[in-house]
Design a protein. Structure first.
Length: 306
C-alpha cells in the first residue's frame, strides 16, 4: 500500500534541514532560560511522563467548547470567556512544550518547530477573535475562532506524529522488563570491569550499564536512557549517579531513579552478585512484579470487556 500524502509530507519535513539554523538558535534560547528546578517540573519528572500533553487539555477543551457555543445564537459572551481562558492556559502549556522540544533529536525538532508555529498561529487567531468580540464584531470574532480551532487541529496532528511515530516523550526503557528473562545472568569476570568506570554489556540482547564500585558492590542499570535512548555507558559517573551524554539526564546507580531530567522515567535496575569471581545480574524484582501486575490487570480488564 502506498504511503498517504500526509505521511509523505511529514517524512519530508523530518529530512528538511532548512530550518536547522532557527532550531539551533531557539534551542539555545530555551536551554538558557533561568528556570532552575522548574525545568524538571515542566518536563514532568514529578508526574512520571511529560506534563505538556496534560496542560494542553485546558486550552483545547476551552476552545472546542467556545466553538460549540458560537454555533448557538446569543452565546458569544460565554464563548469569548472560554477563548480567554484558553489563551491564558496556552502560556504554561507552550512553555512546557518548549522545554521538552529543546531536548529532542534533530528530526523530531523539525516537526516540533512546525507544531509550535502552528499552535502559535492558533493563539494569535484566538487573541484576534477576542479583540473583535470586544469591539462588537461578533461575526469576525466567530470566524477567527473557527480558524483558530482549525490551526489547533493541525497542531494536534503534528503533536501526535511527534508522540506516536517519532516517540518523543516516550519511555525508551519500557521494554526491558518484558524482554529480559527471569533468573540470574552471568556477564563476565569481576576483573573485566575496572572500578568506577562505566562498562556496557548485554543480557538477552538488552544493553546494560555495569559500574563496579569497589570490587564488591556492582551497580547495573538498563543502558539506553529512558529519555531518548542515549548511551549511558558513554556518560559521566559522579556522586553515585550516571549522567547521560546526550541530554544530561541523571540517574542514581543504586536504583535507577531519575534525579534530574529531561528523563521523566527511571532506568530499570538489576540486582547483582559475585559468584566464583564472576558477576551475575537479574532484573530487580520490583520491576518484574510491576510488569506481572500490569499484565494481570490487563487480562482482567480484557475479560470484563469481553
Amino acid at each position: 500500500m502506498r504511503q498517504n500524502r500526509a505521511l509523505r509530507l511529514l517524512d519530508r519535513l523530518e529530512r528538511d534541514p532548512r530550518g536547522d539554523r532557527l532550531i539551533d538558535a531557539m534551542r539555545s534560547g530555551v536551554q538558557a532560560l533561568p528556570l532552575g528546578r522548574g525545568r524538571d517540573a515542566l518536563h514532568g519528572r514529578w508526574l512520571g511522563h511529560p506534563v505538556h500533553p496534560l496542560l494542553v487539555q485546558v486550552p483545547i477543551g476551552s476552545w472546542l467548547s467556545a466553538a460549540v457555543l458560537d454555533l448557538r445564537p446569543g452565546r458569544s459572551r460565554e464563548a469569548g470567556l472560554l477563548i480567554g481562558v484558553g489563551v491564558a492556559a496556552a502560556v504554561p502549556a507552550a512553555l512546557a512544550g518548549a522545554v521538552d522540544w529543546a531536548e529532542l533529536h534533530r528530526r523530531q525538532a523539525r516537526v516540533g518547530l512546525v507544531h509550535a508555529l502552528t499552535n502559535a498561529a492558533s493563539v494569535g487567531l484566538y487573541a484576534a477573535s477576542l479583540i473583535c468580540r470586544a469591539k462588537g464584531r461578533r461575526n469576525a470574532g466567530r470566524t477567527l475562532g473557527f480558524l483558530g480551532l482549525t490551526a489547533v487541529g493541525l497542531g494536534g496532528a503534528l503533536g501526535g506524529h511527534l508522540a506516536y511515530r517519532q516517540a518523543a516523550g516516550a519511555n525508551h526503557a519500557e521494554e526491558v522488563p518484558q524482554v529480559v528473562r527471569e533468573g540470574w545472568h552471568r556477564i563476565g569476570a569481576v576483573d573485566e570491569f575496572p572500578a568506577g568506570e562505566p562498562v556496557r554489556r548485554s543480557v538477552d540482547d538488552v544493553p546494560i550499564l555495569v559500574v563496579n564500585e569497589d570490587g564488591e558492590t556492582v551497580h547495573v542499570l538498563a543502558e539506553r536512557c529512558s529519555h531518548l535512548a542515549g548511551p549511558l555507558a558513554e556518560g559521566t559517573i559522579a556522586d553515585g549517579c550516571v549522567e547521560c551524554p546526550w541530554h544530561g539526564s541523571v540517574f542514581r546507580l543504586s536504583d535507577g531513579l531519575n534525579v534530574r531530567g529531561p528523563a521523566t522515567a527511571p532506568q530499570p535496575a538489576f540486582d547483582s552478585r559475585i559468584v566464583d569471581g564472576h558477576i551475575e545480574v537479574r532484573l530487580r524484582q520490583g520491576d518484574r512484579e510491576a510488569l506481572v501486575a500490569r499484565d494481570r490487570n490487563a487480562r482482567v480488564i480484557g475479560s470484563a470487556g469481553a
